[in-house]
Design a protein around this ligand. Sequence first.
Ligand SMILES: Cc1ncc(COP(=O)(O)O)c(C=O)c1O
Length: 395
Amino acid sequence: MFEKEMEGLRKNGLLREVRDRAGRQGPSIFVDGKNLVNFSSNDYLGLAANSALIEAAAAAAQKCGAGAGAARLLSGGSGLHGELERKAASFTGCDAALLFNSGYHANTGSIPALAGPDCTIFSDELNHASIIDGCRLSRARTVIYRHADPAHLEELLVSERPKSERALVVTESVFSMDGGIAPLDRILDLSARHGASLYVDDAHALGVLGEGKGSLAHFGLDRENKKRNSKTSEPAVMQMCTFSKALGSYGAFVAAPKEIIDWLRNTARTFIFSTALPPSVVGASLAAMDILDSGEGRSLVEKLRANIEAIHEGLAAAGLEGFSALLSPIVPVLLGGVEETMNASRRLLEAGFYVPAIRPPTVKRPRLRLQVTAAHCGVDIGALLAALKSMKIPS
Ligand SMILES: Cc1ncc(COP(=O)(O)O)c(C=O)c1O
């Protein structure tokens, strides 16, 4: 079964294989018996191996057990789950938050709950697979607007939306494959003017933008968001954040006005029909939120910012243009086709750097995707730039 299809993937250089790491996630990792500088992690603040998270995970498991045992609406919730929701809501400046088992669960559960067949969804063309799947599951009509293009979004909000229908605009804030940042100020303004709700996927922005609070704070929209959300008759703003990236743990939450969170708790199928997160994971996320909301967290966010600047400046100086936004830790480098990109990734691996190639169908144009974190030091970044330069990779 599938031999022909698998052979097709192999022939086109698109076969995917899992490479297991030995030891912890961090700025250097041990893969296939080799120590590598890791530029392929969403662990933007270097918290995945932080001892406070590990100790909190162990303590939560001791106190509440290894598994949750059931969904939250049955007996699966612990006091820790509720505490994490309250912390997430207050940190993002929202009324309330609801935990999901992952960002994938959050998007595939919330979007169908917010947008049924009587709604039109307006979705950025580069949105993540979990958003695309959420839109498909919703059975709402989905209209795709050009990437990060508010003018096109506005055109479609006018031409493609039957007057009586509800509308939901869905976008990532920091795009996971390109590192671009959506113009949320304009998108929020447009959605408000056209009576559409806005769902922002902040998976790569929490802990990164807006002094760690995410994209709405970055654009100065968090207060605006609160004001707008306090008038419950108006369409709302929802912020989906993950604990699995900058927070170094696992799981996700949607922060929104209380009435929306109450609705999601009652209708989001991935929340209702899936076993709750294990207490250890919730304990680690609580410890990560405590760090993010402290002086230590603010220093990590600043260190990340400095490293982002260093990699962008270094690439420009080496004549290797990464094309993402200057504030983004995700820096794609385009080198041509699948073969050139795979070769470059292989050569970097031989030189001691883990920078996987991202290929179709994940992206249309193959690329090396560099991800910089607060845990990298200047030497790591300098060595990667020197390796890229010495390989004479064209920009
Ligand atoms: C933009 C975006 N949204 C959602 C997700 C899914 O998050 P999780 O890994 O927690 O399922 C990802 C993860 O890759 C992502 O990049």
